[in-house]
Write a protein that binds this ligand. Structure first.
Ligand code: AMP
Ligand code: ZN
Length: 111
């Protein structure tokens, strides 16, 4: 069971901001910035440590989606932060790979 897989399948509600054949993006339920979006691959990959030669395109694809959403939400000029947490010390809460897109305020401290 994976909550992000359930969100992608429409079994759990979310505030969707983007979807294509392979990627899905929705608003973070506990936003840490005025804009806080999670970009996820539809294919279940647990964490960024599982990225290898076979699936490394996923990272680039997620960044392309994030850049597009940043433009759509008009934070491309003001700037934004992209974050991927991996494992316990990084505070990874959900073990379905996701890229945080955060912006809309000046972020001085590390994520
Ligand atoms: P991470 O700590 O990198 O694993 O981030 C997981 C993020 O998912 C956190 O920022 C949570 O607020 C967010 N989150 C958890 N459950 C949901 C949900 N049902 N809908 C939207 N965001 C969620
Ligand atoms: Zn999943």
């Amino acid at each position: 069971m994976c909550i992000f897989c359930d969100i992608i399948k429409g079994k759990l509600p979310c505030d969707k901001v983007y979807e294509d054949e392979n990627y899905f993006a929705f608003k973070d339920i506990r936003p840490k910035a005025p804009v806080h979006i999670l970009i996820v691959p539809k294919k279940h990959i647990e964490k960024v440590a599982d990225i290898d030669g076979e699936n490394k395109n996923v990272i680039g694809d997620m960044v392309v989606v994030a850049n597009r959403i940043a433009k759509d939400l008009d934070i491309d000029k003001s700037g934004y932060r992209l974050v991927i947490n991996n494992g316990p010390d990084a505070g990874q809460e959900v073990y379905h790979l996701h890229l945080h897109l955060m912006g809309g305020k000046r972020m001085i401290f590390a994520a």
